[in-house]
Design a binder for this molecule. Structure first.
Ligand SMILES: Cc1cc2nc3c(=O)[nH]c(=O)nc-3n(C[C@H](O)[C@H](O)[C@H](O)COP(=O)(O)O)c2cc1C
Length: 156
């Protein structure tokens, strides 16, 4: 399976850590949006898109990248790290999932976990979730990627 993960991780490298864990399972290359090769992306069986959450949204470098992608069918997944827990009815990943579906992608899964957060309100206490993503988070990311790998469609 050819897999590529497009990741924006600007704060503490937490999303990149999660991306690298998933990439090991999927044999995927991890790239920033600016490094992504559109031909390679078009040829991939699975493309992952992930970033930290900033002011309630995934990073604009990631969403702008997806917005500019040509419409085409494909298989994708979305992931995020955030300081605060997601609201089950309004996950942080939802707008990007909708954007990808609008581009013709089948979105096969979404993953999120908590991570170290030094956003201003939490700076005074030295940040929250200092040890995260932890072993449990990375094990969950690995299991998520294994599930994606095992659901790979058989070659027609
Ligand atoms: C300026 C700023 C804004 C943030 N806004 C949010 C937010 O709205 N909700 C949230 O849960 N976490 C928020 N965070 C925490 C980040 O989502 C979290 O630290 C994330 O793991 C960063 O990922 P990265 O290290 O891969 O960049 C914010 C962090 C910063 C620095």
């Amino acid at each position: 399976m050819k897999a590529v993960i497009v990741c924006v991780s600007v704060s503490h490298g937490s999303t990149r850590h999660v991306a690298d864990t998933m990439a090991q399972v999927l044999g995927a290359k991890v790239v920033r949006p600016e490094e992504a090769d559109l031909v390679e992306l078009a040829g991939a069986d699975l493309v992952g898109f992930g970033s930290g959450v900033f002011y309630g949204r995934l990073h604009p470098r990631l969403t702008d990248f997806v917005r500019a992608l040509p419409a085409r069918p494909g298989r994708a997944f979305v992931f995020a790290t955030s300081g605060l827990p997601e609201m089950p009815l309004a996950p942080f990943t939802r707008p990007l999932v909708q954007l990808l579906r609008g581009k013709g992608f089948e979105v096969d899964g979404r993953f999120s976990c908590r991570a170290f957060d030094t956003w201003t309100p939490f700076k005074v206490v030295g940040g929250i979730n200092k040890q995260r993503p932890n072993d449990g988070d990375l094990a969950a990311a690995q299991a998520f990627a294994e599930h994606l790998r095992n659901r790979e469609r058989p070659v027609a």
